[in-house]
Design a protein around this ligand. Sequence first.
Ligand SMILES: [Ca+2]
Length: 359
Amino acid sequence: MAVAVTALLALCGAHPASAAAHPGPARRAAALPSAVSVLSDLWNRPWTVTFLPDGQRALVTERHSAGVWTVARDGSRTKVGEVPDTVFAPTGGDFGEGGGLLGVAPSPTWNGTTDQDVYFVHTAADETRVVRMRFDGTSLTDYQVVLGGIARGGDHNGGKIAFGPDGFLYVSTGDARNKALAQDPNSLNGKILRLTASGGAAPGNPFGTRVYSLGHRNPEGFAWDARGRLWETEIGDATWDEVNLISPGANYGWPTCEGTCTTAGMTNPVHVWHPAEGGVPAQAAIADDVLYVSTLRGERLWALPIDATGTGLGTAVSYYTGAYGRLRALAKVPDADELWLGTSDRGTDKDSLLKVTLG
Ligand SMILES: [Ca+2]
């Protein structure tokens, strides 16, 4: 009977929500973007959107101002503080890339009272830091460096930070425009790091250090899928941008390889773009086994379905090409068929947070 119902639904081209109402072994059909609207405006280069564990408010960072806001589900926002010692140093490039305040990760058990820990990545004058502050739900205080000594560049500073399903803290770092660092196992740069809450090497790391994976150029995004696998977005050099499926201890090639190569010991990307053909990927979010990727130069949102093997990606579909300019911050809204997506580099008070409805 289940087979017959499934076949009938398929013949009818049933809406995914209808299919989801019927129990069965098949996973829910992906609910793809169906509408987009402005959730909040008057932003200046928001770098990241990350929801607090209660799912009711997100923390949003601005890279230049070092300001941090909460944004409620209705789009209302409140400034809660700034991250001290943040130094933005524009490189003179077209978009003034230059570090600043980057990612934010609340403790997975943050509740504003007994657990107030919120982590940030930012560039200081001479280094990139992972820091911890206390957030009581209203204001940020008590700045503490938990990991300094990460080389900073004018750009290539990585900056994504999140607690994984295993409870440890993952941080992406760029090569800081010193390519050799990405292959140096003793450098914190050009890596995905896996840390304890106090900034040490997490137990079980592949080399007994803070390094989880290496050979990255400028990874600005990552997200875990429903199987617990870690997908990463990485800005390459002039030829290939990448999506990688991250395995502990694997070497993702840079600078020996850009994109796919045949060098022994290097792990190839799962998906690549040319920078001029929809590329320069910023951040990642996953909903219903679809990997969403925001792109800067590409000025579009990509949807890449995770295939039945769980380790490959199907045909990429793009949305909103050129409609909103460069796109960076990206988050799945908890318990909702919704993404929040930030524009970037549109000028003073001209950036927006967009609400993307799925399904
Ligand atoms: Ca690579």
